[in-house]
Design a protein around this ligand. Structure first.
Ligand SMILES: [Zn+2]
Length: 290
């Protein structure tokens, strides 16, 4: 049986990718730097120029950073994606590409891909957590992706785990993202060690240096607090951890060790994400095909 090809677009803060998808694989990809003019039409034009005519042969799934509500996109952090709030993404891309386009938050799309084709297969209630520059995620419950009333569901990085803790980019403090993200690890690690260090180097150093280990362990504790909260809130039976920090073997090992010490009722199955950087593209293609 030939695997059907479909097209998906991934809109990120630094790059926009268009890809042809077959099953759980990207078979061809075009990529450009994200336009930073602040004009929505420039982004639409750039995407139209990125998608070849022969790829416009069916519904197109879009995975994008930011919040998607009724097909319209708002960048929660305008420095990440400089477009006006409430930009009509689906309508503009459907018109520009000549085929129906449907948009999803990128972490939601990745969560769906992991649920359907990756590490979350077989789960009843799954949370996906991606820990890289920031912390994002998504929850799938009994085959339904949770998006909430306005697309804000699943912003798991902004669950607060330390009252009065580190300031977060969202304006609050003590969010998981402010403690456990790669950005936070670099910021706190550099402060504690008194020299600039990035997240990967800090995690490696934690194997031999007590100060580095303490910073990483606090980040892991915050993440495990979040996992425990998700278990208590949604009753998740499976937690899929991804992102460049989440997939770092030494970091995953520390998360796994702390989770193993939780009381059994608070402990979901912990798995590494399987679909990597293409999960958003694959998930958007799958969601739009449903
Ligand atoms: Zn926050």
């Amino acid at each position: 049986v030939a695997t059907e090809l479909s097209t998906a677009i991934d809109i990120g803060g630094t790059k926009i990718a268009a890809a042809r998808i077959a099953g759980d694989r990207v078979v061809e990809r075009h990529q450009i730097a994200t336009p930073r003019s602040g004009v929505f039409a420039d982004m639409v034009d750039a995407i139209a120029g990125l998608v070849p005519a022969d790829w416009r042969d069916g519904r197109i799934g879009i995975a994008t950073t930011g919040m998607v509500r009724a097909g319209r996109l708002t960048a929660l952090n305008p420095t990440t994606l400089p477009i006006p709030d409430d930009s009509p993404l689906e309508q503009a891309l459907s018109e520009a590409l000549g085929v129906p386009a449907q948009a999803f938050n990128d972490a939601h799309a990745a969560a769906w891909a992991e649920y359907e084709l990756g590490a979350g297969r077989g789960a009843t209630t799954m949370a996906f957590l991606t820990v890289s520059t920031g912390v994002g995620g998504g929850v799938v419950d009994h085959g339904r992706l949770q998006v909430g009333a306005d697309g804000f569901a699943g912003h798991l990085g902004h669950l607060q785990v330390a009252l009065g803790g580190e300031p977060c980019g969202c304006g609050r403090s003590g969010c998981v993202e402010a403690i456990s993200s790669g950005t936070a690890l670099a910021r706190i690690g550099s402060r504690v060690l008194g020299r600039p260090i990035d997240a990967g180097a800090l995690i490696a150093l934690a194997e031999t240096d007590a100060d580095a280990a303490r910073v990483v362990d606090v980040a892991v504790e915050a993440l495990v607090a979040l996992i425990t909260n998700l278990r208590a809130d949604n009753g998740i039976d499976c937690l899929v951890l991804g992102g460049s920090v989440g997939l770092n073997p030494a970091f995953f090992q520390r998360v796994s060790a702390q989770v193993a010490h939780l009381r059994q009722i608070f402990r979901p199955a912990l798995r590494s994400a399987e679909l990597g950087h293409d999960a958003g593209l694959v998930g958007a293609a799958r969601l739009v095909a449903r």
